[in-house]
Ligand binder design. Structure first.
Ligand SMILES: Cc1cc2nc3c(=O)[nH]c(=O)nc-3n(C[C@H](O)[C@H](O)[C@H](O)COP(=O)(O)OP(=O)(O)OC[C@H]3O[C@@H](n4cnc5c(N)ncnc54)[C@H](O)[C@@H]3O)c2cc1C
Ligand code: FES
Length: 372
């Protein structure tokens, strides 16, 4: 189902008349569908063509090695987002789009919180920014919200940065009246994040580290198995982390018939269900993680297919990272160029796609940068 409301209600509202800039070839062109007839096509181009939107970073702090927490001004997203939803952001004009979960938000302040692990070029570039810098565009809230019901006892499992993705759902599950047991895992102590925050949202919190440097030595699945075998009646499990971890959790709960949900980190491009980049196989059917997910029934997910699809661009990703690390200033200059352009173009356009009000430009008005 097309998520029209996501774009209408999120921070990205493009005023009519602002010229469109092509960024991706549309799949409709390959499938023979008349793009002009496609609402999705129109919306995606709407989404994929931002102008001078800028999203100020209000706070940035390192929470673990290579992991940074950002508070970003995005009032519309902050008002609308629900647990489990994400944004797609682009650091600068020529940057790629990456999906990042909304870990928290404050509607009264008008900001969202994200937690980013630097794994490749874009996440490392983002993590090199600080308070006072700006992100070129942030689109959302995207995806289906987490399933939040009164299950009884819910076990929320976060591996590494997965803790930040699981956190908002743990809060929502607690608020819905569940007994929440959280298991936080990391390879080593420094990689265990958001412990205090998750503890506050949980009836009990367990920490495991692979090397035993903190909490219990072992994997999150060791603790989960111990809870189940110790007689804990668990009604629902949400597991978010690396693919092998989510697969292991699924195999741990399967024999016990415990409903288990995972959040899939497939590669995403447009976030509108059009490009097919995020296609996953669930129960033998193709689903799009960006619009049908990102959460799915763990017992039905084809994790092998997900892992192979995520590895498809590894060579290009390594090359992009190596080029970035060799010359980070080139991308940082683009970040600052975006900021200067937004200032030069004045508050009218800077507001148009960005946080806050979206004053409409006249239909047919030329783009001030002269690009179509
Ligand atoms: C719905 C959703 C929500 C997400 N939320 C968060 C979040 O809150 N915080 C966060 O840090 N990350 C999150 N991710 C993962 C994040 O989008 C990727 O890490 C990011 O796109 C990598 O971009 P890059 O250019 O830095 O690295 P790339 O160059 O694209 O990749 C570098 C390496 O990172 C790994 N990688 C690539 N893409 C992904 C991916 N989608 N997931 C996991 N590993 C990947 C691969 O091993 C790859 O070789 C989320 C992903 C999805 C789909
Ligand atoms: S990201 Fe393109 S279809 Fe989901």
């Amino acid at each position: 189902m097309l998520q029209v409301s996501a774009f209408e209600s999120g921070a990205f509202v493009r005023p009519p008349g602002i010229a469109r800039r092509e960024t991706l070839a549309h799949p409709a062109a390959r499938t023979g569908i008349d793009p002009a007839q496609s609402v999705r096509f129109a919306l995606a181009h709407f989404v994929l063509s931002t102008d001078s939107a800028m999203f100020p970073i209000l706070e940035a702090r390192t929470v673990a090695p290579d992991v940074k927490l950002f508070r970003i001004e995005a009032p519309r997203i902050a008002r609308k987002r629900l647990a489990g939803q994400f944004v797609i952001l682009r650091v600068h004009e020529h940057g790629e789009r990456i999906p990042i979960t909304i870990a928290d938000s404050d509607a009264s302040r008008g900001d969202i919180t994200i937690v980013v692990q630097g794994v490749g070029k874009t996440t490392r570039l983002l993590n090199s920014l600080d308070a006072g810098d700006q992100v070129k565009d942030v689109v959302g809230p995207l995806g289906q919200p987490s399933e939040v019901e009164r299950f009884g006892t819910a076990c929320v499992i976060g591996g590494g940065v997965g803790a930040a993705i699981a956190y908002p759902t743990a809060v929502a599950l607690k608020k819905a009246g569940n007994r929440v047991l959280s298991i936080l895992g990391g390879r080593t102590r420094a990689l265990v994040i958001l412990e205090d925050e998750l503890r506050a949202a949980s009836d009990a919190l367990y920490v495991t580290t692979d090397d035993g440097s903190y909490g219990e030595k072992g994997l999150v699945t060791d603790r989960l198995r111990a809870l189940i075998e110790g007689g804990e009646k668990i009604d629902y499990v949400l597991a978010i982390g690396p693919i092998p971890m989510m697969r292991a959790v699924a195999e741990t709960t399967r024999p016990h018939g415990i409903r288990t949900v995972v959040s899939l980190n497939s590669i995403m491009v447009d976030g509108t269900g059009m490009c097919g980049g995020c296609r996953v196989s669930v129960g033998g059917q193709s689903r799009f993680a960006c619009v049908d997910g990102p959460e799915f029934d763990a017992h039905k997910v084809d994790f092998q297919n997900l892992a192979s699809r995520n590895a498809m661009y590894r060579e290009a990703e390594s090359r992009a990272l190596a080029e970035f690390l060799a010359n980070p200033d080139r991308d940082l200059a683009l970040v600052h160029e975006c900021r200067l352009l937004a200032l030069v173009e004045g508050p009218g356009l800077a507001l148009a796609g960005g946080p806050g009000l979206a004053p409409a430009a006249e239909p047919g008005a030329a783009h001030p940068r002269g690009r179509a």
